[in-house]
Design a binder for this molecule. Structure first.
Ligand code: GLV
Ligand code: MN
Ligand code: MN
Length: 429
């Protein structure tokens, strides 16, 4: 792959990139599925992966432990103990049948940067903390950003009663994992402890590849709304109930799904996805009596997203009414668009320039832990090019040269990092 006006290095000198890719592969081997990568919150694979990451953090000279929600937390002291920290991180849970870079690239790169500092005996006038977030994807429960919300102190305890597809509540799953659901608050950090939160992540889109650039500086993380819809009709015999007399919940859901797609297609800047559907009782010769599906709506404009969600709900209500189906629709997640902090962006841009790359800014259409961390710290992100923009798919791929480039930029940013002039902030009232 060409890297354009970047300072690419001969294959042999991608020392950071090589180490990172080796660990990406090691982590990707930890999966609950024999033939694909699936690593979900509070599973045995979560445990195995966290143990491996803790070992890497300790090897990098960090003090490391699991927190009360299952985040892996590491700390590298500054030139004296107890200093406020620059926090780095990303998540280590995955979607089902995932790629191996979404999340782990940022986490493993952050550890590689600290390992490099430690090897050189370099201590900085601030501490570095790394958070490996336990649940960013929101796959197991209809709630997301659970790890980062716990750290930001915004974890909503009402989600503890949510059930996964097997009927296990989050409260039960935490206990089985060995964590105390009544003490999640212990993970929360204070704004005065953190200089900021910086995350490196694969782009998950095609823009950097089109620009022929290895890295890009993120301007903002697009807001998102997730909904859960349940349509209830009447199950019946596929051979005997005339078409006009049916209350088919699956046909109703199909109409809703196509309507959502058409609506979002017609509005520039808006994306909408139905990524999960379940039909009951689920047999070839039975009309579906109940269908559950999810809806994910995103936009860089909060106003556009909110209007779209209201319109989509109205359309689904109309479809349900016309088909005589009962509708239950709930918002399971809502996040506003999060702007990256100009002062942190500027420091990332300086590091990009210093490493010989053209500074290029782009928004993030995907969600990230920064959406929760913004409640406790200023946030910035560095994107690394991925092949074909493919993500949430096993074909997700990052070239070693690009992993190396991202790591060099992040390391450079860390070494040159200057806290905000007005740090520590005034306590919030
Ligand atoms: C996380 O990957 C999301 O954008 O949903
Ligand atoms: Mn993801
Ligand atoms: Mn991710």
């Amino acid at each position: 792959m060409k890297t354009g006006n970047t300072q690419d290095r001969p294959e042999a000198s991608h020392a950071l990139g090589d180490a990172i890719v080796g660990r990406i592969d090691a982590l990707a081997a930890i999966s609950e599925a024999p033939d694909n990568l699936t690593r979900i919150f509070l599973t045995p694979e979560h445990r195995t992966a966290s143990n491996l990451i803790l070992a890497w953090m300790r090897e990098a000279g960090m003090w490391a432990q699991l927190d009360s929600i299952g985040n892996v937390c590491g700390r590298y002291e500054g030139d004296r103990p107890g200093l406020p920290a620059l926090m780095l991180g990303s998540h280590y849970d995955t979607v089902r049948d995932a790629g191996k870079w979404d999340g782990p690239l940022g986490l493993i790169t952050a550890i590689a940067c600290v390992a490099d500092l430690n090897k050189r005996g370099r201590r900085l006038p601030f501490a570095i903390e790394i958070a490996g977030f336990a649940d960013e994807e929101g796959v197991r429960y209809p709630a997301t950003l659970l790890g980062s919300r716990a750290i930001a102190g915004t974890f909503d305890e009402s989600v503890l009663g949510l059930k996964d597809r097997a009927g296990i509540t989050m409260r039960e799953a935490l206990k089985t994992f060995g964590l105390d659901p009544d003490h999640i608050g212990a993970a929360a950090r204070m704004r005065t402890e953190l200089h900021g939160y910086v995350e490196l992540h694969i782009e998950q889109g095609p823009v950097l590849e089109t620009e022929n650039l290895a890295v890009g500086v993120v301007t903002a993380i697009s807001g998102a709304t997730r909904l859960a819809a349940v349509l209830t009709g009447m199950a019946g015999h596929a051979g005997t109930v005339p078409m006009a007399l049916r209350r088919d919940a699956l046909a109703g859901a199909a109409e809703c799904i196509v309507a959502i797609e058409a609506f979002c297609r017609a509005d520039q800047g808006l994306v909408g996805t139905v990524g999960y559907i379940d039909a009951r009782p689920g047999a070839t010769n039975v009309i579906a009596g109940k269908t559950s599906f999810t809806i994910d709506v995103r936009s860089g404009s909060d106003m556009q997203r909110k209007r779209a969600v209201a319109d989509i709900v109205r359309q689904i209500e109309a479809i349900a009414k016309r088909r005589d189906l009962m509708l239950q629709i709930d918002v399971t997640h809502e996040n506003r668009t999060v702007p990256c902090a100009p002062w942190l962006k500027a420091q990332l841009a300086d590091a990009v320039t210093a490493e010989g790359f053209r500074v290029f800014e782009l928004p993030s259409g995907a969600g990230h832990d920064g959406m929760a961390m913004i409640d406790i710290a200023d946030v910035a992100m560095l994107f690394v090019r991925c092949r074909g923009g493919i993500s949430h798919h096993p074909d997700e791929h990052v070239e070693v040269a690009d992993a190396d480039a991202g790591a060099r930029v992040l390391l450079r940013m860390i070494e040159r990092f200057r806290p905000r002039e007005d740090f520590p902030p005034e306590p919030a009232v």
